[in-house]
Each structure stands twice: as C-alpha cells, then as structure tokens.
Design a binder for this molecule. Structure first.
Ligand code: HDL
Ligand code: ZN
Length: 423
C-alpha cells in the first residue's frame, strides 16, 4: 500500500503531525461571533479573570469575596496575576493556559510584565483577533452556547437575527437549562415572546405543551441550531416525576425530531455551591448513568450527545456508548479538562469505542483560550493515539498516513458533523 508506515519513529511523526494540524470543530464553547458585539470576551485581562482562575485566586488571597468582586476588570486581573503568577508558581492547568496562549501569540512570557502583554493587544479589533486565534488554534468551527433566556442575547436575536449567523466559523446551539429548571420564572419569557404557556408545566396542559414545543422549534430555526443542549444536576433522573423529565418527553425531544438535530446533555453539575464565587462556585457530583441509559433506550430515533462531569461516571458512560449507537460521548468537560484526566479518559474511550467518539471540546469563554485549550488537548490526544497505533503496529498490522489522518479527522471534526446530520 502506498504511504505505509514502516517504523515507530515515523509512526509518531505521522500521528503527532496529524493531531497537531487537523482543523477542529469545537462543539461546545461560550464564545460569540463578532456580530454579537461586547458579548465576545478577549484579551489578557479577561484571560486572567476567567472563573477557573478566580476560584484558584480566592484560595490564596486574604481579600474577601466582596472586596475582590468590587475590583474593576483590570484591578481584578492584576490581583490574579500577583497572587497566582508572582507570589506562587503558575503550574495549575488554567494558569499554564494563560502562559501557553500568550506565548503562542508571540509574546515573551519570561518577561512576566503584564503591561507589555496588554500593550501587545493594542490596535487589535475582535474581528481581526478572531482571524488570528482561529488560525493559531487551527479551529475551523466553534459552536456557541446560545441562550434565549439571557435578556441581552435574546434582544440581539430579535433585533439582528440572521446577521448573527453570517460568520461561518461560528455556529449555534440552543441552550435551555432555565426552561427545564426554572419554569416558574422563565415561562414569563415565553409569554413575552408570544407563546401561550401557563405558570405550571404539566403534560395534561396541551396548550402549554404545544406552545413550548413551538417556542423550541421557532428558536432552533431562528438560530439554525446544530443541537439543543442543557446541563443537568447530579440527581437528574429519567424518567422522573419532574418538570425537566416531562419537558424532555413532551417538548424537547419532539423539537429535536422536527428540527432533526441531536440533544446534548451535560450531566453532573451542582450550581452555586458557593454563591460568593459566582460562575466559579459550581461543583461536580457523581450522576446517574442509568438516566442516560433509559433516555437512549426509550428514544432510539433521537440522537444524544452526552458528557458527564464526574470522573467516576466516565467508565460507565463509555460502556453505555457501546450499547447505544444513538449516544455520542463527547469531551472532557470542565474539571475533567486537565491533562492527567484527559489522558485517562481518552485512552479508555479509544480502547472501548475505537474512533467513534468526540474526544474534546474547549468550553472556551474567552476567545484567546481556544489557543491553549486545543494546544494542551492535542498534545495529550496525540500521545494516547500514538500508544494505540503502536500496539496495533506490534500485532504486525501496518498503517498508512492517509488512514491515520482519516481517523484523526473523524475524532476532531467529522464525528460531530455526521452525528448532527444523523449519518
Ligand atoms: O454549563 C456549562 O456549559 C459549563 O461549561 C459552564 O459554562 C462552566 O462555567 C464552564 O465554563 N466550564 O468550563
Ligand atoms: Zn460550557
């Protein structure tokens, strides 16, 4: 066969280059296209005030939560820099990520001079910076988390509509946590938007069911959403006597059917265990994989992206994916997005799912983060994939460069699009 790889040194070279160069589709981010204006976060001060770094700073500073929150963005960034990068060595994953990003953008990280980093960004626009970051990070598409229950974003969709969808590098997902878990307040949003829903959601209230379904389909079409998504607490169960379970059965999965798109479930987050930390105050909890088993079994015609937040859930979830072809496991989410855990989880998935999973998403909130989140993940994924191909090589099996590039493209890009399209 042409291009057969005949030794392990060449094998490593082919694997590492394929993983390093393959443009990725990043299926879950909190980034925004330039048309969303100030919703798009970028620059070194936003990098330094990422909620992961705020959680780490608050462990090392004597400042009270209130005094820290009262700081303006620049002062907050300077406090994080001083606390985590000057007074202590910045080897945590989120700290290292800042330095990887600045270095990959061409700054002299060894200067340790925050003012020179800030100066580097001067004169840049967000739009121009999108071009640069997508090129450096080799990201081809970033899927946004679009929330119609966020008043600022909702207004943008109502006023600017299709203008928000013009940049093909940014695609939408329709995020519906508030509908599932805060109906008593959020039903008012649907009523304001012209959907005749009542203060209680019950399957017996056909008008509310039909109007909620109409809302989901209308907004899925408005956004051209690639999937509907929600996060779920550790105690999520399905089916269960709960508004969330009823909404899934009577509205959400039917909307996915009419839109012919998957439903993404991100399971195992306990919101605001420490409210003083804001976004940084969320916790992980072991969840019920049986709930995923039951929803996949009860809805064989629906497609489910699933990621779980607890390390303890990963083995069961991987085995479950072997049982249900309508289940696509994705990412090493949030507290799992650390090299030691990405390595463990990715190896387990390779061993049980072959190439039929999506190893990573960035969850980036600040545009610059695409650079480090994908740089760090690619290195681990390359190491794991090399080990898999090496054991294959030891059996006498021989691979070609094209085959390895095919597999890597499946993992980092095609698996996502094929699952969205139901192929
Ligand atoms: O619910 C989610 O989408 C999570 O990813 C949260 O946004 C979380 O705050 C986060 O950014 N994790 O990386
Ligand atoms: Zn997220």
């Amino acid at each position: 066969m042409p291009g057969v790889i005949s030794d392990k040194e060449r094998l490593w070279q082919v694997v590492s280059e394929a993983v390093d160069r393959t443009p990725v589709t990043d299926m879950h981010t909190h980034l925004y296209a330039p048309a969303f204006g100030c919703l798009g976060l970028w620059g070194v001060d936003h990098l330094l005030t990422y909620h992961y770094l705020i959680a780490e700073t608050m462990r090392q500073t004597s400042l009270s939560y209130e005094d820290f929150r009262a700081l303006d963005r620049k002062a907050m960034a300077e406090h994080v820099w001083r606390t985590l990068f000057v007074e202590h060595s910045p080897y945590s994953e989120a700290c290292r990520g800042v330095l990887t990003t600045l270095g990959r953008l061409g700054m002299d990280v060894s200067s340790r001079d925050l003012s020179t980093y800030r100066k580097w960004y001067e004169g840049l626009t967000y739009r121009r910076f999108v071009d640069l970051v997508f090129s450096v990070a080799k990201v081809k598409t970033a899927v946004m988390t679009n929330d119609p229950f966020d008043p600022e974003e909702r207004e943008l969709w109502l006023k600017k509509g299709d203008e928000l969808k013009k940049d093909p590098r940014f695609r939408s997902s329709l995020r519906i946590d508030p509908l599932l878990y805060d109906w008593k307040n959020q039903y008012r949003v649907l009523r304001e938007l012209g959907y005749d829903v009542g203060p209680e959601f019950s399957p017996g209230n056909r008008r509310t069911v039909e109007e909620t379904l109409r809302f989901l389909v209308d907004w899925g079409r408005r956004m051209d959403a690639l999937y509907l998504a929600a996060s779920f607490p550790p105690d999520f169960d399905y089916p269960s006597n709960s508004t969330a379970s009823d909404l899934l059965d009577h509205c959400v999965l039917e909307a996915c059917s009419r839109l012919n798109i998957p439903f993404a479930m991100m399971i195992g987050v306990k919101r605001r265990v420490n409210p003083s930390l804001g976004l940084a105050g969320d916790m992980v909890g072991r969840a019920r994989v049986e709930a995923v088993e039951r929803i996949c079994a009860r809805h064989p015609d629906r497609r489910f992206f699933v990621t779980m937040l607890s390390r303890e859930n990963q083995h069961e979830l991987t085995v479950l994916a072997r049982k249900f072809r309508n289940l696509m496991v994705f990412g090493c989410w949030w507290f799992l997005n650390n090299p030691s855990l990405v390595e463990e989880i990715t190896e387990m998935r390779c061993e049980m799912l072959g190439t039929a999973f999506i190893p990573q998403h960035s969850d980036a909130r600040v545009l610059d983060q695409l650079i480090y989140k994908w740089d760090h993940s690619r290195r681990v994924i390359a190491r794991v994939l090399y080990r898999k191909y090496e054991t294959l090589f030891d059996t006498g099996w021989r691979l070609t460069t094209n085959e390895i590039e095919r597999d890597v493209s499946d993992l980092l890009d095609r698996n996502f699009w094929n699952f969205v399209k139901g192929m």
